[in-house]
Design a protein around this ligand. Structure first.
Ligand code: PXL
Length: 272
């Protein structure tokens, strides 16, 4: 049995449920716990999926989110917040209102747009609200390259265009943008990935930091985006700088991919 400690910072995730446990709030909760944070969770959508794909979703109403989140914030001193799949414009506006009203700090916005298997998790109206309402409140936004292309409305074919897209996203008000290059295939960017590295780029003010890990050729990719963002959230809650938080989170995800349980018939969850 674990002993309790009053030092545990509280992290809140507002995200969707993936009943197969690899992504969404289940992954967020496990990740917060792994870093010694206490996990609180509000649900935005119930998705129907397993490791082979997403088959649909039943979204919560904005009213439901409005009933869940302030109750937690009335009671707890929340050190950091992560947003994941926020499927409708109404839910995004509600989440943005609450974050602004409560002046929440350490806000990690994972702009979940599409599942790895290609299912659109939010519609265009929601995407616009995400950009206009939530980005200005974000400590960091964490798009993968596909998400960045849809958000910045540009095509990312080269290392230079990663910077260009990041600037377009930062200009929408995000304090920092972490561009996750793990999805950049060797065919798309042969030069960049010549040494087979998974590189992520953090754009913060005028600084760009590069985070590298050995590229692992694997099908165990389910939930990696959620887990990276949740690990950043936990480390911000623990008082780390954004650069430190990203570095620790990246190493954590790399190790979790390396030791993935290889379960299910599609993209296995990773080891958290
Ligand atoms: O990894 C993106 C993601 C986030 N949240 C939920 C998901 C998915 C992908 O399927 O289902 C709930």
């Amino acid at each position: 049995m674990k002993t309790s400690t009053s030092k545990q910072p509280i992290c809140l995730t507002i995200a969707g449920l993936d009943p197969s446990g690899g992504a969404g709030i289940v992954a967020d909760i496990k990740t917060f716990s792994r870093f010694g944070c206490f996990a609180a969770a509000a649900i935005s959508s119930v998705t129907f999926q397993n490791t082979t794909g997403v088959f649909g979703a039943e979204h919560q109403t904005a009213e439901s989110v409005r009933k869940q989140v302030p109750r937690v914030l009335d009671d707890y001193d929340v050190a950091a917040v992560k947003t994941g799949m926020l499927p409708t414009r109404e839910i995004i506006e509600t989440v943005a209102d609450v974050i602004a009203e409560r002046k929440l700090k350490n806000v990690v916005v994972d702009p979940v747009v599409r599942s790895t298997s290609g299912y659109d998790l939010i519609d265009d109206a929601a995407l616009t609200a995400l950009i206009e309402r939530l980005f200005p409140l974000a400590t960091v936004v964490t798009p993968n390259l596909q998400e960045a292309e849809r958000i910045a409305r540009c095509s990312i074919q080269s290392p230079e265009s990663i910077g260009h897209a990041a600037m377009l996203i930062r200009d929408r008000g995000a304090a920092a943008v972490l561009m996750k290059g793990g999805h950049m295939t060797n065919a798309e960017c042969r030069m960049q990935n010549a040494e087979l590295k998974a590189r992520d780029f953090l754009f913060c003010g005028s600084e760009v930091s590069v985070f590298e890990a050995e590229f692992i050729e694997t099908t165990a990719t389910h939930g990696t985006g959620c887990i990276l963002a949740a690990a950043i959230t936990a480390n911000l809650a623990l008082g780390k700088s954004l650069n430190e938080a990203v570095s620790i989170a990246k190493a954590f995800v790399h190790e979790a991919i390396r030791t993935a349980p290889m379960i299910g018939h599609g993209n296995s969850p990773i080891n958290i």
